[in-house]
Write a protein that binds this ligand. Structure first.
Ligand SMILES: Nc1ncnc2c1ncn2[C@@H]1O[C@H](COP(=O)(O)OP(=O)(O)OP(=O)(O)O)[C@@H](O)[C@H]1O
Length: 268
């Protein structure tokens, strides 16, 4: 049996984010432990994407502190070797995949390896090949261009590229958005398998209730500019203190999904 590490992989302390006088986050505190799938939810515009961008130092914070693997990184010191090393262990899969249209599938996955490692071209090619295989994408697609493959395949390429540099933490922004139900379900399964196989910490933003129930260990609910709840999916779905969150899991759509997965959990 694997013994889980007891040290937080991400800590956010008293975070404040202000855009043009409007506070998106204020006194936001958050601790994420490693080796699990955590989903961030909350109303549109509550600052989910901004929070992730701040953790990845893609966006400056207004106040507070962010610690990655125990080290404070909110110093904007991107040239600091430790900051660089920590950030290199974080992978982000953007909602639109952000693939280069003029590169083939394989070249897209090779890109970060060529950019950030000293491996030979042949080794990079082989590594990219392996990452694509991990995502279950068939070899016939490797020499195609993004516009020639389906949305489900594009997501797999984007995921392979996110995994290229062997990150410990993977951020997924709406990974199943735009996929048909079958493709979304198989992408959920892929995330679950890879999390276990590669011992990843996965932090996901999604509105997909099936994905949440099927994959997530924990829910972080953002509201009133901070984290209002951080708990298991079942506890989040059963709580009644936060009205909007209750509605999220028990409204017309939510209650059917909840009934299905609660029954599955009960029968395990
Ligand atoms: N660079 C920026 N400059 C000004 N305002 C910004 C910037 N980035 C985000 N915002 C604002 O911050 C708020 C939070 O945006 P964010 O995209 O993080 O929300 P979200 O919870 O991810 O929303 P959604 O679920 O709709 O994607 C929004 O009001 C947005 O307009």
């Amino acid at each position: 049996m694997r013994v889980a590490s007891s040290k937080p992989i991400i800590e956010v302390k008293e975070l404040g984010t202000c855009f043009n006088g409007d506070w998106v986050h204020k006194n936001l505190n958050l601790t994420i432990m490693p080796d699990r799938i955590v989903t961030i939810i909350g109303a549109s515009g509550c600052g989910k994407t901004t929070l992730v961008r701040e953790i990845l130092m893609l966006q400056p914070i207004t106040e507070g502190e962010i610690y990655l693997m125990g080290e404070k990184i909110s110093s904007y010191d991107l040239e600091n070797p430790y900051t660089k090393r920590v950030l290199s262990q974080m992978g982000m899969m953007f909602q639109q995949g952000a693939l280069f249209s003029s590169y083939t599938v394989l070249e897209n996955v090779m890109f970060p390896l060529l950019e950030y490692t000293d491996f030979s071209y042949e080794d990079v090619r082989e590594l990219a090949f392996m990452k694509l295989k991990l995502t279950g994408l068939k070899e016939v697609a490797y020499n195609k261009y993004p516009k020639e493959i389906s949305p489900g395949m594009l997501k797999r390429v984007a995921l392979a590229r996110t995994l290229a540099l062997d990150p410990k933490v993977v951020f997924l922004d709406e990974p199943t958005a735009g996929l048909d139900p079958n493709s979304a379900a198989s992408f959920d399964e892929l995330i679950l398998n890879l999390q276990q196989q590669l011992k990843l910490t996965v932090i996901m933003i999604t509105h997909d209730l099936d994905s949440i129930w099927h994959t997530s260990n924990e829910i972080i609910y953002l509201g009133e500019k901070r984290v209002l709840l951080h708990d298991t999916v079942l506890n989040a779905a059963n709580q009644t203190a936060i009205k909007d969150l209750h509605e999220y899991f028990n409204g017309t759509r939510g209650k059917i999904t909840k009934a299905y997965y609660s029954a599955q959990m009960g029968s395990q």
